[in-house]
Design a protein around this ligand. Structure first.
Ligand SMILES: [Zn+2]
Length: 477
């Protein structure tokens, strides 16, 4: 059995046809991944689907993603699409019936900030950016109920575009994959973990307004609808790089608007945030971390309907309440014991927070609360020791810890995240949208940690075979 066969087997969790060959871990780690073979096998297996059937999920609490709840209702899907949803529906007599007995359905999550392909669970680097690893990361998101993932600025484009195309062709499942090229000052861009990698493929440098505009035009002509721009220089760390100046990002933002390209800016200070919003930026990776947000900022954020990915998981690792992944059994689904042991032995517990750090952490929580109607989900997983899919649930918990209600946290992580990038097909349970949803054994409106009580995940109307994936991921090599 080759690595190729693994994906075709496990991806095919269908509603009627849910039997699977056991797959071994050595198949997964083999790097000689031959795509054409998976596709051939996927086509054969695909014929077993009963594509025309309707599927009726009854007796469920339906949390729609926009703030509405149907306490006891039905969801009707066919193929990849939600056909109808409501308290009582006209159900075709031949629809396949599922009595959910009071379980809760939420839309699959939409994660707008992660870095796919580099993480190898025990090691990390550009050498792991292969078709196989990238696809594995899509399935890891799907396993934890993330239906859509935007990978921001660190993808190797030949591989990434090949995987994306094959997913659009239906040959690869997992979370819906969106990639966004990165822009930054020459030599700048992501954190040193990436830029110190000898094979880092770099970002698209922007050096003056005209060149920056041409870069955006080129990316638009290549079909990219989303791009990331790093504003920070990170000079203190790396020396020579310069910060992207307002003349350049204004040019990027204006040109992107002309091409309907959505820019998301990495910026961490209040001053940069204000300047960027005034230049036309509407999406941020990171919120202002340096000081309390003020009325001037809140005013322009509200007037311009700005979306903000706060990446709380990244900034709370020194907090006394932080629980490292290796201590959380919910993470154990995706790694063997040896990885847990290695994370444990490499861990340095945080020192007691200084008075300044404590004050700053209160500021962060206050900022998040004031910005709560603009918050969207993003984890930065794959870049800084946060793990795919699992980190999404950590982030949801942090949203609520810092003052959002569970409903606000769910809206932020589903419909608002989708809106921020014009992903009109996902992020809500609504007739006509994609059948991407998560069935939970407990109500997340009672406790946000109940998003972890996953019974089943469906993406494109297909059940994700979580058990097979868990077996693969937890096996030692
Ligand atoms: Zn990032």
């Amino acid at each position: 059995m080759t690595g190729s066969f693994l994906y075709s087997t496990v991806q095919c969790g269908t509603l009627e046809n849910n039997h699977h060959e056991p797959v071994n871990k050595s198949a997964m780690t083999s790097r000689n991944f031959t795509l054409h073979l998976i596709f051939a096998i996927a086509l054969i297996l695909g014929q077993s689907l009963n594509a025309q059937s309707m599927h009726h999920f009854a007796n469920a609490r339906l949390i729609l993603g926009n703030g509405d709840v149907i306490e006891q209702g039905s969801l009707l899907i066919r193929n990849e699409t939600i056909i109808d949803i409501g308290p009582s529906l006209d159900i075709p007599t031949d629809a396949v019936f599922y009595d959910l007995g009071g379980q809760t359905i939420i839309p699959a999550l939409v994660n707008t900030h992660a870095h796919l392909g580099w993480e190898a669970y025990g090691d990390w680097g550009s050498q792991y950016f292969t078709d196989e690893n990238l696809i594995d990361h899509l399935y890891r998101h799907a396993y934890y109920g993330v239906g859509t993932i935007i990978s921001t600025g660190s993808d190797e484009f030949e591989i990434a575009n090949r995987v994306k195309l094959e997913q659009l062709r239906g040959n690869i499942k997992g979370a819906r994959y969106h990639l966004s090229p990165g822009l930054g000052s020459p030599g700048g861009g992501p954190n040193m973990r990436f830029t110190n990698d000898p094979n880092f493929w770099g970002v698209n440098p922007v050096t003056d307004p005209e060149q920056a505009a041409n870069t955006v035009r080129r990316l638009a002509s290549e079909g990219y609808g989303i791009a990331k721009i790093w504003i920070d220089s990170r000079d203190e760390l790396r020396g020579a790089q310069i910060k992207v100046v307002p003349e350049i990002y204004r040019s990027v933002l204006q040109t992107a608007t002309d091409y309907d390209m959505r820019i998301i800016a990495h910026a961490t200070t209040l001053a940069d945030h204000k300047s960027l919003v005034n230049a036309g930026n509407r999406r941020f990776i990171h919120m202002p971390y340096d000081m309390a947000v003020d009325d001037e900022y809140l005013d322009i954020v509200r007037k311009n309907n700005v979306y903000i990915v706060p990446t709380l998981g990244m900034i709370t690792k020194q907090e006394p309440y932080y629980i490292p992944a290796f201590k959380d059994p919910y993470f154990y689904d995706q790694v063997p014991q040896s990885v847990i042991d290695s994370l444990n032995s490499n861990y340095t517990p945080p020192a007691k927070l200084s008075v300044e750090a404590e004050t700053l952490s209160v500021t962060h929580a206050n900022n998040l609360y004031k910005l709560k109607d603009h918050i969207i989900l993003g984890t930065d997983a794959g870049a800084v020791g946060d793990f795919f899919g699992y980190a999404d649930h950590v982030e949801l918990s942090l949203f609520v810890r810092m003052g959002m209600t569970p409903m606000e946290a769910i809206i932020a992580s589903t419909s608002r995240s989708a809106q921020a990038f014009g992903l009109t097909n996902v992020g809500m349970l609504q007739a006509g949208k994609a059948a991407d949803f998560v069935i939970l054994n407990a109500n997340p409106l009672d406790d946000i940690n109940n998003t972890r009580q996953i019974s089943d995940v469906y993406i494109r109307g297909e059940r994700v075979d979580r058990e097979s994936w868990r077996n693969i991921w937890t096996q030692e090599d």
